[in-house]
Design a protein around this ligand. Structure first.
Ligand SMILES: [Zn+2]
Length: 261
């Protein structure tokens, strides 16, 4: 699926779909077993556009933050509303700078509408294509395309990934679903930037685990992306609160390890 097709995606807005989404969220597949003792904030980029890999990474690097890049391999080398998407040349430099490459399916499939088997095959294709593109590290993080998943699918991810991110806003505290973690979307609207900023400020008072996710990082970018200024403002705000600005893997490992210590 090309980035252009992403623009054409229409979520299932039927009442049945709304009820199913609510039930899916309630049905926790793998609860976070502990309350984070410090605040962890993961800045993440979905699909992902080249501007996230260069401008986005530069902004994180300025303050020593490390982020997560959820790669939809079927979009690699294409371009569309979000600008140019990543290709194999973007992976090694991100890893060398300490950022993490995460899975996001091969075809950006709506996992709630596809069969369980089709989703599993699509994810396996995503992982094997990342390997073919030269990414040799284990991929332990995944994000649901469009945030869509199902109660039967989430348990199937527990043996494949350490943590899986969704798109519903919220902080991840003890009991949060490691197979559908909450995340604040940072899009082109000022409201999304303000909401993420408020969450970061609140997290400074009560240790928790936050995700922020966006797409392209450009002036006059897509409706799903942000500007360098807005991203920089949030990253610096997060840095100023003293939060750990780490990759998703680093966050989950530290949260679990600190409890065991
Ligand atoms: Zn996506």
């Amino acid at each position: 699926m090309t980035a252009l097709a992403l623009a054409d995606y229409v979520p299932d807005r039927s009442l049945g779909a709304k009820i199913r989404r609510r039930l899916t969220r309630w049905k926790v597949a793998k609860p976070l077993p502990v309350q984070p003792r410090e605040t962890y904030i993961c800045f993440t980029f979905d699909d992902f556009p080249k501007s996230a890999a260069d401008t986005g990474a530069e902004i994180l690097d300025e303050v020593g933050a490390r982020g997560g890049y959820y790669a939809c391999t079927g979009m690699a080398g294409t371009s569309g509303t979000m600008g140019e998407l990543f290709d194999e040349r973007d992976l090694a430099p991100l890893v060398a700078a300490g950022h993490e490459i995460c899975a996001h399916t091969e075809s950006h499939v709506d996992c709630a509408r596809a069969s369980l088997n089709d989703v599993l095959v699509d994810i396996d294709t995503n992982l094997s294509h990342l390997k073919e593109m030269g990414h040799s590290l284990p991929v332990t993080q995944f994000a649901w395309p469009y945030g869509e998943t199902s109660a039967s699918l989430k348990p199937a991810m527990t043996t494949k990934f350490d943590a899986v991110r969704g798109i519903l806003p919220g902080a991840n505290n003890k009991g949060a679903d490691l197979m559908q973690l909450s995340a604040y979307e940072l899009d082109a609207s000022d409201a999304s930037t303000a909401r993420a900023a408020a969450a970061i400020e609140a997290a400074a008072k009560n240790p928790t685990w936050l995700f922020v996710f966006t797409h392209d990082v450009r002036q006059n970018g897509s409706p799903w992306g942000t500007t360098p200024e807005d991203l920089r403002r949030l990253v610096r705000l997060a840095r100023d609160t003293g939060a750990n600005l780490v990759t998703p893997s680093h966050a989950v490992q530290e949260i679990l390890a600190k409890d065991a210590a």
